[in-house]
Design a protein around this ligand. Structure first.
Ligand code: FAD
Ligand code: UDP
Length: 382
């Protein structure tokens, strides 16, 4: 009955579904174990009428014009440029650490000197990962690096990952480099914004195609079985394509052991006041058990005088317990070797494809996963 079966209805699954259905003329079934579409980008109105992101703040940003244009078919955009500040013992400073932060921390005169040194060493508008900045032999640059390491990265990373910045994959801390720039933006890509009506309406439009069927509240592990080179769906042999976007270890009942992930506890609080904090996101880089607080109105531009909702993010290890969500894969050699063992179990199943943040065990942003989904659809459609 179906040409393709897609497991998971986040960006990975929803974009592939749309492409196979619309461009490929296929009959597509999406199986989603949650009771809603949108994966981790799902948003909804809370009891007080504020648009919130149930699984943490999501901001769209990309330098990939085709991805921006693709999603623009399904949404208009609220023109939002994300800026973050760190709360350092009650003082707010821009993050990523940039030339404006330098001035706030060191004062006009000293900052002017350091600024010249940083510009002549790295060039204006360059992005320097903190672990690289720390390798600079110059004593004064080292002092700046030590300040940034201690006040921006060390405690936040210990909370988020349970490890120091130098112990995690360098690409993770490099996502938030030191910026030799006066730009206070958190992201530097040219296309940034929030879906004007929210992410969930964007997904509703993406999935609004006659030959896409979505089954919510359904765990694919109960329906899909692999055996001797054949895929079975609901007990019957299935010869179409399966695109799997969930955790691959769980699909195989964690037979080689669980792939490690970090998870988060989100604590939402509502206040009868107009404002809670100066920016949509404030990072707590030297104190508190939570990593950051998001005030949703400031992300979405929603006008709601005298009411605001925030969320605090408390990182926790993922244990696989019911209700816990694996948010971040922990990329290191051991975990990638374990992941590779699960991928090997798929040898001999050329119609079973892995896609997405969980299935590929990768730290993908929205734009990267949309791009990957479009590429996979291209490949499958020849
Ligand atoms: P998901 O959105 O996780 O979707 C996978 C879906 O598969 C889920 O709905 C899940 O329920 C379902 N599923 C899993 N297993 C099964 C099963 N066995 N049967 C049926 N269904 C199953 N990116 C940005 O670009 N900007 C941001 O600001 C940003 N902020 C983020 C904040 C947080 C806290 C996190 C964790 C991520 C953030 N991201 C952000 C990344 C973004 O969430 C991902 O890029 C995107 O959600 C990946 O989409 P996906 O479809 O691969 O995965
Ligand atoms: N990071 C940090 N302090 C900050 C912001 C980020 O130490 O104020 C580090 C931390 O290790 C984090 C990583 O940089 O996990 C990537 O940050 P990003 O904001 O990209 O994380 P995400 O939004 O994906 O959770």
């Amino acid at each position: 009955m179906y040409d393709s079966i897609i497991v998971g209805c986040g960006f990975a699954g929803a974009v592939v579904a749309r492409e196979l259905a619309e461009r490929g003329g296929q009959n597509v079934c999406i199986i989603e174990k949650r009771n809603h579409i949108g994966g981790n980008c799902y948003d909804l109105y809370d009891d007080e009428g504020i648009l919130i992101h149930q699984y943490g703040p999501h901001i769209f940003h990309t330098s990939k014009q085709h991805v921006y244009e693709y999603l623009s078919r399904f949404t208009q955009w609220y023109d939002y440029k994300h800026e973050v500040v760190a709360n350092i013992h009650g003082e707010y400073i821009p993050v990523p650490f940039n030339l404006n932060t330098l001035k706030l921390v060191y004062g006009e005169e000293k900052a002017a000197e350091l600024r010249e040194k940083l510009i002549s060493t790295y060039g204006m508008e360059s992005r320097v990962p903190i672990l690289k900045l720390r390798e600079n032999p110059d004593k004064e640059i080292q002092q700046v690096a030590d300040y940034v390491y201690e006040n921006i990265f060390l405690h936040y990373t210990l909370k988020q990952w349970g490890q120091k910045p130098e112990e995690i994959d360098p690409s993770v801390s490099a996502r938030v480099p030191v910026l030799i720039s006066e730009d206070n933006g958190y992201f530097q890509e040219p296309y940034q914004g929030m879906p004007l009506e929210g992410f969930t309406p964007l997904f509703e439009k993406l999935l609004d195609f006659p030959s896409i069927n979505v089954m919510l509240d359904t765990d694919a592990s109960q329906l899909i079985r692999l055996e001797e080179g054949k895929i079975y769906f609901d007990g019957e042999e299935f010869t179409g394509q399966v695109i799997f976007t969930g955790p691959i270890d769980e699909f195989f009942s964690c037979c080689y052991g669980q792939l490690p992930y970090r998870s988060l506890n989100f604590v939402f609080e509502h206040y009868e006041q107009s404002d809670y904090q100066p920016k949509a996101v404030v990072n707590y880089t030297v104190s508190e058990d939570y990593t950051r607080i998001t005030e949703f109105k400031k992300l979405t531009g929603q006008k709601m005088p005298e009411h605001t909702t925030i969320v605090k993010e408390y990182p926790i290890p993922y244990t696989g317990m019911n209700g816990e969500i694996p948010y971040y894969s922990i990329v290191n050699d051991d975990n990638m070797a374990l992941y590779a063992k699960y991928v090997q179990l798929l040898e001999g199943y050329p119609n079973f494809h892995l896609l997405g943040r969980l299935a590929e065990y990768k730290y993908y942003n929205i734009d990267a996963i949309v791009d990957e989904a479009l590429k996979l659809a291209d490949k499958l459609l020849g």
